[in-house]
Each structure stands twice: as structure tokens, then as C-alpha cells.
Design a binder for this molecule. Structure first.
Ligand SMILES: [Ca+2]
Ligand SMILES: [Ca+2]
Length: 318
């Protein structure tokens, strides 16, 4: 009898222990958790991830920067279950190592991690499209080379996996956060390198869709080009006058000695055999467009068939 009683007591203790176990929640690491949700939920025979009261949902212009080492909760895929995002910055021998781990409430055993290296970074959660029931996790870092890159993690439309997209453009940010802010309509500011009229950095606005990073305006603005230091044509250059609304008008020939600065480019990159339209501002204020092509055979950038680098002393900072 005593033995039976002991067995019953042991069984009761085991049941009690089992009842204290909480359902699986999407916490990918042991890092400190802030705003941690209440975990006291009734045990069930088949534990399912529970909605967490304080997680963030989508909304127009939603934008939140992530803090390194702090797990944040959102409903990234609109299924009503909390998903976690953990952004981590770790010192390395040279570059810093960054990781972003996304764990879905619906698939807590399948976290997805993106990893990159650089010296400065930012990670944000955006609602790029308020109607698609998705939030986008976007990470960006600056490299020693001066280049930037960015990655976006987004649950696919079918809800079966987390897509990871990359781009060679980076988010523009400083110590206080994003430069240029964010709106669901116009996206966020990005910076990317170009070789059109020399080595420059260009700014544009981008967003994230089911297809990845896409520009929202399609025009890239030159940054840090000073009107006080214009370029001077060594050769004459064909161009078109640009009217007030930005359309091309009359064809003209700019004589050697003309001083100008580049203002915008469409697009930032020119594939072999492709071309870009670069708008320049002359010293007298007139705006002109110039076509720059990339030769399909030699890969050289050309203006009117001439090597672009021979047309002016463009900065070459590789
Ligand atoms: Ca969710
Ligand atoms: Ca959305």
C-alpha cells in the first residue's frame, strides 16, 4: 500500500511539473528579453504558440529600430501569433558581426538568421505595405570599403517561409536613427555607389515587396557634389535641355570648357549594353540630360561614343 501511495504521489508530482511547462514561444536565444510577454497560460495536451499581448502589428508608416541584444515581438506575418526578432551586434577581430534572427510563432522550431559584417549598422522593422499583413525586417551595414549593403526578411505571401533579400544599397542612418525617415508610400532612404560621372554616392528611396528591394521613385540623387567644385568638359558633349517638369527637350552641344555638376541619375547602375540618363546642372542654372552607355564589348562607360573618363576630370576613388 505504501508503495502504491508513493507511486501515486510521484505521478501527481510529474503531472504538476508538466502543468507548469509553458507553450513554445519564439525566443531564439538566451539574450535578455524586454517587454517579455506573460507566459502563464494553461497547459494543453498539444501546446501551440500563444498570442503574446504586447506584440506589434502592422500599420501605415510603422517603423521601429531594433536594439542589439533585445528580443522584440511583432506579428510579422499577420497570423495573430507573436513572432520574435533578435538583432545582435558582436565585436570581432576586425569587423563587427551582426546577426538578425527571426522566429515565427507558427514555426518556433525554424528560426531564420541573417549574418553580415561591417563597422556600423542599423536594423528596423517596417510596414512597407499596410495592406499585405506583413512586416519587413530590414538590416543594413556599412563596410570598410565605404560601400553599404542591406537585407530584408519577409514572410512570403503563402506564409510558408521567410524570404531573405539583399541589395548593394544601404539604408542611410546616423547615431540618431534613419536619415529621411520612413513612410509606407515612399519607403526609406538608401545610399549606393555609382561610377556615372565618377565615383559618387547616390540617394534614392526604396521599399520592400514580395519581390525584394524596389525603388519607389526610380531617380537617384547625387550626394556631396558641390556646385563650388564643378567639373569642366574637356571635349564637347551632346546633351538635351531639360524642361521644368524634368522632360527632355531641345538637343544641344555643350562646348569644351562648360562647367557643370551631376544632379540625378536613372538608374544608378548600367549593365553591359545598357544606358543611364544623367541630369546635370550648368553654371548658368540650365539643366541638361546626358546619356551614358556601357559598351557591350569593352564594358567601358561612354558618352557619345567617347570614354566617359576622358570627358572631364571625374573623381575616381576606388
Ligand atoms: Ca505571426
Ligand atoms: Ca505590410
Amino acid at each position: 500500500m505504501k508503495r502504491l501511495t508513493a507511486i501515486l504521489v510521484l505521478a501527481a508530482m510529474l503531472l504538476s511539473l508538466a502543468a507548469c511547462r509553458t507553450p513554445v514561444t519564439p525566443d531564439p536565444t538566451t539574450a535578455p528579453v524586454t517587454d517579455a510577454p506573460a507566459t502563464e497560460v494553461p497547459a494543453t495536451e498539444a501546446p501551440t504558440p500563444m498570442p503574446i499581448p504586447d506584440f506589434k502589428t502592422s500599420g501605415a508608416d510603422f517603423c521601429e529600430a531594433l536594439v542589439s541584444g533585445v528580443t522584440a515581438y511583432y506579428d510579422l506575418d499577420g497570423d495573430g501569433l507573436a513572432d520574435s526578432v533578435l538583432y545582435k551586434e558582436e565585436d570581432g577581430p576586425a569587423d563587427k558581426k551582426y546577426t538578425v534572427t527571426v522566429t515565427r510563432g507558427a514555426k518556433p522550431d525554424e528560426p531564420k538568421t541573417y549574418e553580415d559584417y561591417g563597422y556600423s549598422a542599423i536594423a528596423c522593422v517596417f510596414d512597407c505595405d499596410p495592406d499585405d499583413k506583413r512586416l519587413e525586417v530590414v538590416f543594413s551595414c556599412e563596410k570598410d570599403s565605404g560601400d553599404s549593403s542591406a537585407a530584408a526578411m519577409r514572410v512570403n505571401d503563402a506564409g510558408t517561409d521567410i524570404d531573405v533579400f539583399r541589395t548593394d544599397a544601404g539604408l542611410r542612418f546616423d547615431d540618431t536613427g534613419l536619415i529621411g525617415g520612413f513612410t509606407s508610400v515612399n519607403g526609406f532612404d538608401t545610399i549606393t555607389r555609382t561610377y556615372l560621372m565618377g565615383t559618387h554616392f547616390l540617394r534614392t528611396r526604396m521599399t520592400v515587396t514580395a519581390e525584394g528591394f524596389v525603388p519607389t521613385i526610380g531617380i537617384y540623387e547625387y550626394l556631396e557634389v558641390s556646385p563650388e567644385h564643378p567639373y569642366e568638359l574637356k571635349l564637347e558633349m551632346p546633351a538635351k535641355l531639360v524642361d521644368e517638369v524634368g522632360d527632355d527637350g531641345e538637343s544641344i552641344t555643350l562646348p569644351a570648357g562648360t562647367k557643370f555638376i551631376p544632379v540625378t541619375a536613372e538608374p544608378a547602375f548600367v549593365p553591359e549594353g545598357g544606358s543611364a540618363r544623367v541630369v546635370i546642372r550648368l553654371e548658368d542654372g540650365r539643366m541638361c540630360s546626358v546619356e551614358i552607355t556601357r559598351d557591350a564589348g569593352t564594358n567601358v562607360l561612354l558618352i557619345n561614343g567617347l570614354n566617359m573618363w576622358d570627358c572631364a576630370d571625374f573623381p575616381d576613388e576606388d
